[in-house]
Design a protein around this ligand. Structure first.
Ligand code: CLR
Length: 519
């Protein structure tokens, strides 16, 4: 059994995914006879820290059975069932066929009220790029194993992984990926305005799930932003503008704020990570808040994400757990993300219910986080019943098609646009914007050597971040809410951008003045 790992050999350690160091315990892979891996089978990285007395929990996690198994009916069986097909026979046919639109294309949604369906389609057109630049240098196959083996005997926690394991986006930009399907919030807004709160929460729920779609097949690490790094996304073509800032380094926290048409979305993301040997578990802490102009507020938290096959096999991630969306006007929604099992025929299932203020189930939701979400009126989540009424399922959301020019990072069409730096935009940005981060730009251009050396330089800089925080560093655009641990946008970013006055923004990507260097 090649992947048998003696118990006790694996320490359950807290892994800082953002610190690009190789975990000491990976050295032990060698002792287990695990041989080289290609670049495509990427490896974990993390810093060894904290307790190693949690071994039992590994066992517990492995042996845990999914007692909710039965409550998940087979969505795939259903989607291919004739009753469903006859109802929405053309749901696979895209209503947009040219390659020019794809970014915000909504697939055929015949049963959606045309007036609602057209919400968000009359935003101005903005030309955005459809591919990343062609790489300057040829890609080379870097195996993580070769890096580890050359460093045996050294302190492995001090080795930096090359930029080759990164995707050319920062964690700040990745937050914006959650807004790819913002038209669902626009629809929710419209439904609510028409007095249909049930359709409002259903669209909010579909939005909350849709943010996960872009994580499928993405196995590269985003760049860990520097303290004070920011990212803005001005997307009039989606009727919104988004802004995020890295507000803390220890623990690593990113705060974001997005103003849409009739709504505001904000939150901060702080991941608690656990290293289980073969996998890494990420538990997001913090609440996301969506606030409509008419006063209705929705709050929810993200579910657990795990990254599997760090040792052998194909790396992949899965999302599982229960997401509770609490609305301020009576309805709430509970969504279960089913955990994938090894023999899973039908992964990525999500199922849930909307309940009114009395706890009565008024609608049932089901689908897959990487595909689509549907709803049925009434309660059909119970076992044994439901398949008849499922023929009345209505499409809420369907994932957009992947780009015509795939990237080696598997970015979606939307993600490809996020790091674009047009000359006009460059002049508007503060010196802290992720688009100006040199190593990330070099990686995007396929200049791997330069990317690597710049990454090392900036990581050197970043080592001062803890000191900065301890000596009273404060984020520029967010502040902690009184009596709470969450960050709120204090305002002023877009106003500063209008005047072009970035005096208060430090040059975080530049050279460190030699008198400020610390050892
Ligand atoms: C171990 C290394 C080299 C492999 C690459 C790890 C990749 C797969 C990891 C690194 C950071 C991770 C992301 C970190 C944060 C979030 C927010 C969370 O709410 C959804 C998942 C998501 C978006 C993760 C998806 C998986 C991810 C991209």
């Amino acid at each position: 059994m090649s992947n048998y790992v003696p118990r006790g050999l694996w320490k359950t350690e807290k892994v800082d995914l953002e610190n690009t160091v190789v975990d000491e315990s990976q050295r032990q892979l060698k002792d287990c006879g695990i041989s080289s891996r290609s670049r495509n089978d990427k490896f974990s990285e993390g810093s060894a820290s904290e307790s190693d007395d949690d071994n039992e929990r590994v066992d517990a996690a492995e042996e845990e059975t999914d007692d909710e198994e039965n409550t998940f009916f087979d969505t795939r069986d259903f989607l291919s069932s004739s009753s469903f097909k006859s109802n929405t026979s053309d749901y696979r046919i895209s209503s947009f066929s040219s390659d020019d639109d794809g970014l915000y294309a909504v697939e055929s949604e015949d049963d959606i009220d045309p007036a609602i369906r057209s919400v968000g389609t009359n935003y101005p057109y903005v030309k955005r790029r459809k591919k990343l630049p062609d790489p300057v240098e040829k890609e080379k196959g870097v195996s993580l194993w070769s890096m580890i083996k050359d460093n045996i005997g050294k302190d492995l926690t001090k080795i930096c992984l090359p930029v080759y394991f990164n995707e050319p986006l920062s964690s700040l930009q990745k937050c914006f990926e959650d807004l790819e399907y913002s038209y669902l919030i626009d629809r929710a807004y419209e439904w609510g305005k028409r007095g249909n709160s049930l359709m409002r929460i259903l669209n909010v729920a579909a939005f909350a799930v849709s943010g996960y779609a872009s994580t499928e097949g993405r196995i590269c690490k985003p760049f860990n932003p520097l303290l004070g790094e920011t990212y803005e996304a001005d997307y009039p073509d989606k009727g919104l503008r988004f802004f995020s800032e890295k507000v803390s380094h220890h623990p690593m926290v990113v705060a974001c704020h997005c103003e849409g048409t009739g709504w505001k979305f904000q939150g901060d993301s702080n991941l608690k990570s656990k290293f289980w040997g073969r996998s890494i578990q990420l538990d997001p802490v913090g609440v996301l808040t969506l606030e409509f102009d008419d006063g209705e507020v929705f709050q929810w938290s993200k579910v657990t994400t795990s990254i599997y096959n760090l040792i052998l096999g194909k790396l992949y991630c899965d999302h599982y757990g229960t997401m509770r969306i609490q609305g301020s006007h009576g309805y709430s929604c509970k969504l279960k993300f089913k955990e994938q099992s090894i023999i899973e025929r039908n992964p990525h299932q999500v199922q849930g219910v909307v309940q009114d203020r009395n706890g009565k189930t008024v609608a049932t939701l089901f689908g897959k986080w990487d595909e689509s979400m549907h709803y049925v009126s009434g309660d059909c989540s119970g076992k044994g019943k439901g398949f008849d009424s499922l023929s009345e399922a209505h499409l809420l959301w369907k994932r957009s098609k992947m780009p015509k020019f795939p990237t080696r990072y598997n970015l979606t069409r939307f993600a490809i646009t996020m790091n674009e730096l047009t000359p006009g935009l460059k002049e508007m940005l503060p010196p802290t914007d992720s688009r100006l981060r040199p190593d990330q730009r070099y990686l995007e251009n396929g200049e791997y050597e330069m990317a690597n050396s710049e990454k090392l330089r900036l990581e050197q800089r970043q080592r001062q971040a803890r000191k900065m925080q301890e000596s009273g560093w404060k984020p520029r655009w967010f502040a902690k809410d009184k009596g709470s641990d969450s960050y709120r946008y204090v305002g002023g970013y877009w106003e500063a951008r209008d005047t072009g006055n970035w005096d208060s923004c430090p040059d975080i990507f530049g050279q460190i003045p030699s008198d400020q260097l610390v050892d």
